[in-house]
Design a protein around this ligand. Structure first.
Ligand code: ATP
Length: 268
């Protein structure tokens, strides 16, 4: 079997000290295969975002190991250059693109800026690549010329995805990336992500509390609760035949016809 793209072993993060110490992530282990898609699910506060922040080097782990293509990445980058180099391989898209996009920058200029940071390109080549990225995520010239405030939530998330893809990363972390969008726009973005995975072979680490989303875009899933992994397996198996009561609870919490929330609160 080929080496996983990303290996996470016994990853642990504690915040604070003494009586205020919180273990946000505890002994989390998983692998992500090249071209694969792994879901991380769990209720709010279960440690999903902290795990992602450690993987992209925004948070220093308290214990455990992170390796990308077998190379250790446990400690955050030592220099801006190293941070940038690592950023090329693993990119992240957050829930709310409005806060992550510069309000004073046109969508296309935002893409051109990232291309300029990572590649040495002339003006014409940059323009061509911006157009190509726009096409990949379904943004036309008018939208590429617009400021974020003139774009819809779905269009802004397309800009954020294009910006993340501009560095040609091998891994895209999507942290609740479709949670703020209404269901029809969510479906469009999920389809877009599936197409991009097929075209580009990029791997996904898909963080979500929404099991319907996880089912649509991931092959494997880990379930986190209070910082720990409580169950992991193929997404279909895990959602159809959950072994852990917590996974069953998450699954049964999805509203559907005849659903009675009081049966859920009674089990919490
Ligand atoms: N910088 C920090 N300082 C102290 N505690 C933190 C910090 N960041 C996260 N935590 C705590 O770590 C725990 C896990 O938080 P995290 O954001 O990783 O969870 P999550 O599963 O991503 O939740 P959500 O879906 O609500 O974003 C929470 O108890 C949170 O309060």
């Amino acid at each position: 079997m080929s080496e996983p793209l990303l290996t996470v072993q016994h990853l642990t993060k504690t915040f604070g000290r003494g009586r205020s110490e919180t273990t946000a992530v505890s002994e989390v282990s998983f692998t992500l295969a090249a071209g694969g898609s792994l879901g991380i699910v769990g209720e709010s506060g279960s440690g999903k975002t902290t795990t992602a922040r450690m993987i992209i080097g925004l948070e220093r782990p308290s214990g455990g190991r992170i390796a990308f293509r077998g190379h250790d990445r446990t400690q955050p980058a030592r220099s801006t250059k190293q941070f940038r180099e690592r950023g090329r391989d693993i990119q992240i898209v957050f829930q709310d693109p409005y806060t992550s996009l510069d309000r004073r920058q046109r969508a296309g200029d935002c893409l051109a800026e990232i291309l300029g940071v990572h590649f040495k390109l002339g003006r014409d080549e940059t323009k061509r690549r911006v157009g190509e990225l726009g096409e990949l995520v379904g943004l036309d010239d008018r939208q590429l010329n617009a400021f974020p405030r003139a774009l819809s939530g779905g269009q802004r998330q397309r800009v954020a995805i294009a910006r993340a893809l501009a560095t040609e990363p091998e891994i895209l972390i999507l942290d609740e990336a479709v949670s703020a969008l209404d269901v029809s726009i969510q479906a469009q973005i999920l389809n877009l992500l599936s197409d991009i995975r097929e075209k580009r072979g990029v791997s996904y680490l898909f963080i979500s509390h929404d099991l319907a989303v996880i089912r649509q875009v991931t092959d494997d899933t880990i379930v986190m609760r209070r910082g720990s992994v409580v169950e992991q397996g193929t997404t279909a198996d895990l959602l159809d035949n959950p072994r852990e009561s917590y996974t069953r609870l998450l699954r049964d919490s999805v509203p559907r016809e005849g659903w009675d929330p009081s049966t859920i609160t009674a089990r919490l």
